[in-house]
Write a protein that binds this ligand. Structure first.
Ligand code: MRU
Length: 344
C-alpha cells in the first residue's frame, strides 16, 4: 500500500494490507479530510486502532485481528512451539476483546490460533498463523464478491438504495457487503443511486459512505438519520440494505445504532429491509438477540465539544449586549454587569 496521503481508493487494492511484516491500514478517523495510510507494527497498536475505529467494519477488523496474532508472535518471542500455542491463546483473548459486538473479530483470532496449533516448531506456528490470516483476508474479499452477485440477482429491478453506516471498501477487504451490491450494479452498468444516512454519533455514513461512493463515481444523497422516515415515505428508496456485526440464529441482527429504527421505518412504509453480510458475521452459539454483547462506546463520542479560538469570533450577542474584542475586557465587564442586573 505504501504509507502516506493518497487521493483515491482506486490507488489501493484493499483498505488493509500486510506488507513486510507489518499492517498498513487506511485511517478511517481521518476521512473524508485525508485519505491517509497508517502503519501498525504492534499488537497494542492494532488493538488501539480497532478500539478507536481507525479501522472499523466487522470483516476488516476480523482481518486486522488475524494479522495482529502474527505480530504478537513476533513481539513475544516464544522459545518453544508449546509456548507459541500458549501465546496465541492469550493473544486471541486480548485482541478478540478489542470490540465485542462484531463476531468476525473473535472468530478470526480463534481461527488463526486453531490453524497454528498444528505447528510443531515456533517458525512453523508463525508460518501457519500468517497463512491463515492471509487466507481470512482472501476469503473476505471473495465473500464480498459473492454477496454482491447474490444481491444483484435478488435486487435486479432496484436502483434506489438506502443504507446505514459504512459497509463498503473501507469496511472489508473487498468491495463491501451492502455497498458491494451497489458497486456490482454499477460495474454491470445498471442504474444505481444511494441514500446514505449520516449515522450518528461517529458519522460513518457522511464521512465514509458518502465519500467512498463519490470517490467511486456513484450518485449518493446524504440524509440525517432522523430524515429516513420522510425519505422512505416519499418513495426516495425502493429498498434498505444494511450490514451486520453479529446475527443470532433467530435472525436477530446487531448492527450500528440506528439500524433498528431504520428497519422499523422501512416496515412502516412497506419498504423491503435487507441485511447483507458474510457468514463470518453469523454466530452459531447464539439462539436469539438477547445475549449479543452490545458494545458501549465512550460517552465522549457523543458529548465531546470543540473549542473555537476567540480570534475567529467577531462578537458575542448576549443578554447584556454585544461583546466585542478585546474579549478579556468586554467579557469581564459583561459578567460584572450581569451580576449587578441579577442575570447570573
Ligand atoms: O461501528 P462500526 O463503524 O464498525 O459499524 C459497522 C457497521 O455497523 C457495519 O454495518 C458492520 O460492521 C458491517 S461492515 C461490512
Amino acid at each position: 500500500m505504501g504509507c502516506g496521503i493518497l487521493t483515491s481508493m482506486k490507488e489501493l487494492r484493499a483498505s488493509v494490507e500486510w506488507r513486510d511484516g507489518h499492517l498498513e491500514v487506511i485511517d478511517q478517523t481521518a476521512l473524508p479530510a485525508r485519505l491517509e495510510v497508517r502503519r501498525l507494527e504492534t499488537v497494542a497498536g492494532v488493538v488501539a486502532a480497532i478500539r478507536e475505529m481507525v479501522v472499523r467494519g466487522a470483516p476488516v477488523i476480523g482481518v486486522c485481528g488475524a494479522f495482529a496474532m502474527v505480530l504478537g508472535l513476533g513481539e513475544r518471542k516464544p522459545a518453544t512451539a508449546a509456548g507459541a500455542h500458549r501465546e496465541l491463546e492469550l493473544l486471541s483473548a486480548e485482541i478478540g476483546a478489542a470490540r465485542p459486538t462484531a463476531v468476525n473479530l473473535s472468530w478470526a483470532v480463534r481461527r488463526v490460533a486453531e490453524a497454528a496449533a498444528r505447528g510443531g516448531t515456533v517458525e512453523e506456528v508463525r508460518r501457519l498463523a500468517l497463512a491463515q490470516a492471509l487466507r481470512i483476508q482472501e476469503e473476505d474479499r471473495e465473500s464480498c464478491r459473492r454477496i454482491a452477485d447474490f444481491g444483484r440477482a435478488e435486487l435486479a429491478r432496484v436502483s434506489r438504495v438506502m443504507t446505514h453506516c459504512n459497509t463498503g471498501r473501507l469496511a472489508t477487504s473487498g468491495i463491501g457487503t451492502a455497498l458491494g451490491i451497489v458497486y456490482a450494479k454499477a460495474e454491470a452498468g445498471e442504474p444505481v443511486e444511494v441514500i446514505a444516512t449520516e449515522t450518528r454519533p461517529l458519522l460513518q455514513g457522511s464521512r465514509l459512505t458518502a465519500w467512498e461512493l463519490m470517490d467511486a463515481g456513484i450518485p449518493v444523497t446524504l440524509v440525517p438519520d432522523s430524515a429516513t422516515g420522510p425519505a422512505l415515505a416519499a418513495g426516495r428508496a425502493e429498498v434498505v440494505i444494511v450490514g451486520c456485526d453479529r446475527v443470532a440464529l433467530s435472525g436477530a441482527t446487531a448492527n450500528k445504532i440506528g439500524t433498528y429504527n431504520l428497519a422499523t421505518v422501512a416496515r412502516a412504509n412497506g419498504i423491503p429491509f435487507y441485511v447483507a453480510g458474510p457468514m463470518t458475521s453469523f454466530d452459531p452459539q447464539l439462539e436469539d438477540g438477547s445475549r449479543i454483547p452490545i458494545e458501549q462506546r465512550p460517552a465522549a463520542e457523543l458529548r465531546r465539544f470543540d473549542v473555537t479560538p476567540p480570534d475567529l469570533i467577531t462578537a458575542f450577542i448576549t443578554d447584556v449586549g454585544v461583546l466585542r474584542p478585546p474579549f478579556a475586557q468586554s467579557i469581564a465587564r459583561a459578567i460584572d454587569q450581569a451580576q449587578r442586573l441579577g442575570l447570573r
